[in-house]
Design a binder for this molecule. Sequence first.
Ligand SMILES: [Zn+2]
Length: 200
Amino acid sequence: MASPIGHLLGAIAVYTAFSKRDDKTVPSGKLGYILPALIGILPDLDVVAYVLFGFAYGPIHRGVSHSLLMGIIFALFISLFFIKNGFRYFLKTWIILSICSLIHPLLDYLMGCGSKVPFFWPFDSQGYISPVQLIPTAYYSTSFSGLLEVVVMPETWKGIFLETISILPLIVANTRTDKIRYLMICISLIGFIVTYVLYN
Ligand SMILES: [Zn+2]
């Protein structure tokens, strides 16, 4: 998996691209960050389920929770909390969060290593993985002690740094209309290029 930081930043970047800052037709303000962050990390519930309960359906990571269908279902569950705001509000929230949910499997795919991503489950159980690596290798463990070790590994923080340089500027760019926007897009591109050079 990309790191949880990379996943939540990626989903927030998509949300901010599809909703204006003070958009009243979808959840905005703090919720405009919290909801996509949540949808960005939900697919890794498969790892959490294994660590906490020893439960696995398919692979421990990149199981069916990484499929596009499950992303849409996760988005539906979250959006249902907003149905009291009207059907249009609910529907728009569901559509944008569904698009955000694509980011987690996409980032895992772009890591180019580890188990394959079952994008089209249950229609196609085949997994896919990118031939080039544009997202730093992130590590996980199936035990608490192992997870603690992963957290203190320098390699983990190198990956988080590169993900932040690649994705955070896109969030800033989405909120700007001036020259800063282009500067941010350039910094993001540099982040992806450095990652490509270091990991391929
Ligand atoms: Zn994942």
